[in-house]
Write a protein that binds this ligand. Structure first.
Ligand code: IMP
Length: 177
């Protein structure tokens, strides 16, 4: 029998807005006089990237990389596949990888390796969310929005089987097999 799902708000839109503004200010400060490329991971980072890009006071370029590990399931398959490559020339560029959420860190590791191989002048990572288990495992990023519990989260770009991406807040999803 199908279970009903429940959404519990974890991070509200004004809190997200405030933190994204702070991250944007930090990036603008660190990259003053430069023209970095923001590379968002599809699809989960599209809302975060759109907000970050509009708040960062720099002439940024935008591109995307598509990496998948979860498919329709909530647990990682342990394998990450790059299904969409950035179109920009990244060699010699200052690249900022924009991630929605770091869970096991496998996606980050694979995407980082993929981008490093393009020969950027520098590569930093900006993640909106990092689960507790990733932090405990010693995974680090250069810019981080929030450390979050090891629950399954949706909203603000994050999905469960392609649902909930358009919710303006971040929620913990309970139930729904
Ligand atoms: P990782 O490879 O385990 O770090 O997972 C990273 C990717 O899995 C993210 O970019 C998301 O697309 C997805 N993901 C991880 N945790 C969640 C979650 O709580 N909700 C929705 N997607 C998630």
């Amino acid at each position: 029998m199908a279970r009903r799902s429940a959404l519990k708000r974890l991070i509200g839109r004004s809190q997200l807005r405030r933190r994204v503004r702070e991250l944007a200010a930090q990036i603008a400060h660190d990259y003053r006089g430069q023209q970095p490329v923001l590379v968002g991971t599809l699809k989960g980072s599209f809302v975060f990237l759109a907000d970050l890009a509009r708040l960062v006071d720099l002439p940024v370029e935008i591109d995307f990389i598509g990496a998948a590990s979860y498919g329709q399931a909530r647990e990682t398959s342990g394998q990450v596949r790059v299904y969409h490559e950035p179109r920009c020339e990244l060699q010699g560029r200052h690249v900022i990888l924009v991630e929605d959420i770091v869970d096991t860190g496998l996606t980050l590791e694979e995407v980082r390796r993929f981008l490093e191989a393009r020969g950027p002048a520098s590569l930093r990572v900006c993640a909106l969310l990092m689960k507790e288990r990733a932090r405990e495992a010693g995974i680090t990023v250069d810019y981080l929005g929030f450390v979050v519990p090891n629950d399954f989260l949706v909203g603000y770009g994050l999905d469960c089987a392609e649902r909930y991406r358009n919710l303006p807040d971040v929620y913990v999803l309970d139930g729904e097999g």
